[in-house]
Design a protein around this ligand. Sequence first.
Ligand SMILES: [Zn+2]
Length: 407
Amino acid sequence: MYDLLLKGGTILDPSQIIHQRMDLAITGNKISQLSPSIAETEAAEVVDVAGKIVTPGLIDIHTHVFAPVRERNINHPDMAGVFGGVTTVADAGSPGPGNFQDFSEVVLEQAQTKVYSFLSIFRDRSSGMMTEESDIDVDGVVKVAQERPGLVKGVKVLVYPRTVQAMGLRHVEAARAAAREAGIRIMMHIGDIGPKDQIPTSPEVTRQALSMLEPGDIITHVLSPLNGAALDPEGKLFPELKEAQERGVILDPAYGDFNFSWERAEAVLSQGLIPDTIGTDIEIQSGVGMRAVSTRGLLEYMAFFLDLGFSLEEVVRMTTVNPAKGLGIEHRSGSLEVGREADVSVLEVLEGRWQLTDAIGVSRVGSKALVPVATIKSGQVIEPGEGLHPWGWAPPTAVEAGVEVSD
Ligand SMILES: [Zn+2]
């Protein structure tokens, strides 16, 4: 007897090259059967998922979820996770070793979503501008990573104009030292976020930073229109990016507030660089109003890639098996193989006219959107929450379509 049967859905699991109608059974917290037909009488609970897409639990490799946990609160980190069809998120450097304990207590222990951490190489990012070398904490990162090996997957470092002005790339060197000693990865931010009048990162510095990464490390914001991201000031792809990807560095296009434009995405893709993952850089923080028109979660950002011409299989690969490799958790996550932990996302593809707006205000009308139907985390069924937008999870509808957004 199975505990739970997902009946009648389309299984889409790139890790096993499966895209077909199948039933999926769960026993306890494990996937116990995947078969063209499993009888309803064999399961204690049956969920009808006919017409829905059933994928391995989706993974958002770049989030910020250092928020106090309150029950169903709109600032709840699970808004980036299980409420929105995502079973696993990685927090990209919100805490450093100096405030990891707070993060651990308020987020890691209490969220239903599995949360991993890339620790900031700076001791405590909330208290500094990342311009003081004395705030770098290699020993702290190594210590926390060794104490919490199941949670800390990497160290976050930013190639950020103010930091580069202050210390060159010594913070990147420090992150490298910490990563090698602790056996974790580096996630490197590229792109000049910040005031317009700052001294832009020079192409030489960006290229040098990119060449410092090793297999398994991650470069984030590769579709950012900002200076210092994937293209040089003449619009040519930095060759070090492709070289990095060829040696096994993972390329992530996290959006955040500033780091995606349609024009830049087309320019990067047309020069042959294809991102490996899809991270959102979503911020779930105390006091930040989450149910906003402009906030997008992972499923919504996936629709941007469908519109760029990626197939559904490709975007699911970029949010399952690929980020699992990026986090070094491919042995436990990112697949619906029998015997795996039962992390499953049930999604619906909505046809329509969806407004997909980039960071510089350019909108495209997409014909497909994804919304969460249910999330299964370690065998537990979790209903989607209220949604990140005032009207729910779907993207804004296109103004041109004249469709009212419903509550
Ligand atoms: Zn970020």
